[in-house]
Design a protein around this ligand. Structure first.
Ligand code: EPZ
Length: 419
């Protein structure tokens, strides 16, 4: 297993490009199951999770060919309806093949994803919606077994906004008989990117980007070509790297308009963030101001930026309060930040952060994707050397983050961890 070694204190200066969005790519890969023929996708990030969804699709008989950031996905032949446990357990977003498989084949056998470090991650809302559309669902020996002659349109109301739940049901509805209405649908940009791909495939979808999505089922969809939107979470992570090091960077291909709340909050801390030519200029400040944050579904402050923002607040002047409303256990990074000298107290789903003058480099361990990013960010600003182990978590969702940071002047390198 690799580790990342950082000597803190370098100001980040220069330019970095934002990669394509992981959380837009994953459902779009799954959507290829709805078409016969070759889909051409550009700006796909080279990530572990993309490897995993590719394996899941290949296991279903789909042809997947990646060259750089371009993927050709041909689902003319779907010869299997099973997404096995050993693949799904490595990435719960594999559940995104469930809806398309039922729509395409009328059946699916997908391993229950199970929980992960940040929470139980149930899929009851996915299953509720599919049953409302006429699917017969059984849970047997850790698998979801689903059957439907042909799904029929239904009105589905989510009691909690769910990103992949909205995506699964939107994909299933494209080939259902009649009209499906999704109420309290997730509005994340990644959901909209998927909807735009489905429309290019011939789907009839209204309300893209709103919490009320209407899908009129059609007989079939055709393959398409698409460029995946940039990753707003990677962009936000790089912005905080500049904020922590009094840096002055320019981000290229930055999805500025998908980041309104994040940019608002970062400006409140004292950072300057403005569009500049084709990119976005991000300037850190000497005195980081304390700002409170509460995670919310889009367009609120994203839970996927919570750990990174906490690192910034650990060096702010004063006291800040961060409330995590989406997942029940997304403070795993706190213990490791405390070991670096951060002053953080947890009360239920609230973290109270008293900013400190400086953090000390230390050996720390990553626990999940965004926690690993928050520890690397802490290392950039800490006195001395920080070693982040178990960076396979990082490789799931960041395309060469340490290379991008080194390109901006950070003293950071990846080393093979013996044993
Ligand atoms: C997506 O996960 C993202 N993953 C997550 O990003 C992100 O943190 C999350 O949305 C919230 O924005 C992908 O898009 C692949 P949810 P998802 O369903 O869809 C509850 C990352 O770091 N819920 O929107 O699994 C659930 O427990 C990852 O890139 C149910 O109760 O999240 C949670 O409390 C981490 N029943 C809330 O809804 C359900 O059937 C939101 O979860 C589904 C969800």
């Amino acid at each position: 297993m690799d580790k990342i070694v950082i000597r803190g204190g370098e100001r980040l200066i220069g330019e970095a490009g934002v990669s394509g969005s992981k959380n837009a790519s994953l459902p779009i890969f799954a959507a290829s199951l709805l078409t016969e023929g070759e889909n051409l996708l550009h700006n796909v990030p080279r990530l572990q999770d993309i490897q995993t969804i590719s394996k899941v699709l290949k296991n279903l008989g789909v042809k997947v060919h990646g060259e750089g950031n371009t993927y050709r996905i041909d689902a003319t032949e779907v010869t299997n309806e099973e997404a096995p446990y050993d693949l799904v357990k490595t990435m719960r977003a594999s559940i995104l093949v469930l809806g398309p498989l039922i729509a395409r084949l009328g059946k699916a056998r997908v391993s229950l994803p199970g929980g992960c470090a940040i929470g139980a991650r149930p899929i009851n809302l996915h299953l509720m919606g599919l049953e409302a559309m006429g699917a017969k669902i059984e849970l047997r020996s850790g698998y979801v077994e689903a059957k439907a002659d042909r799904l029929k349109g239904a009105t589905i109301s989510f009691d909690t906004a769910t990103v992949t739940g909205t995506e699964n049901l939107m994909m299933a509805a494209t080939l259902a008989k009649g009209k499906t209405v999704l109420q309290n649908a997730a509005m994340e940009p990644e959901v909209s990117d998927l909807a735009n791909v489905l429309k290019k495939m011939g789907a009839k979808i209204e309300g893209v980007g709103t919490s009320l999505i209407e899908i009129e089922g059609v007989e079939s969809l055709h393959p398409t070509e698409h460029t995946v939107i940039p990753d707003r979470i990677e962009a936000g992570t790089l912005m905080i790297a500049a904020g922590l090091t009094r840096g002055n960077i320019k981000l290229l291909k930055c999805p500025f308009r998908h980041m309104e709340t994040v940019i608002l909050k970062l400006r409140e801390t004292g950072m300057e963030i403005e569009p500049e030519g084709e990119g976005v200029r991000v300037v850190g400040t000497r005195r980081i101001r304390s700002v409170d944050v509460k995670t919310q579904p889009y367009p609120g402050f994203p839970t996927d930026m919570q750990a990174q923002f906490m690192t910034l607040m650990s060096l702010a002047r004063g006291l800040s309060i961060i409330t995590e409303t989406i997942f029940e256990n997304r403070f795993i990074h706190v213990n490791e930040l405390q070991r670096m000298g951060a002053d953080i107290r947890i009360q239920g789903n609230t973290a109270i952060i008293q900013g400190v003058e400086s953090l000390n480099g230390a050996k720390v361990m990553a626990s999940d994707l965004r926690a690993s990013a928050s520890l690397i960010l802490a290392g950039l600003a800490a006195d001395g050397v920080t070693e982040v182990s178990r960076v396979y978590h990082l490789d799931r969702g960041y395309e060469g983050l340490e290379k991008k940071l080194a390109g901006l002047g950070a003293n950071i390198r990846r080393v093979k961890e013996e044993g």
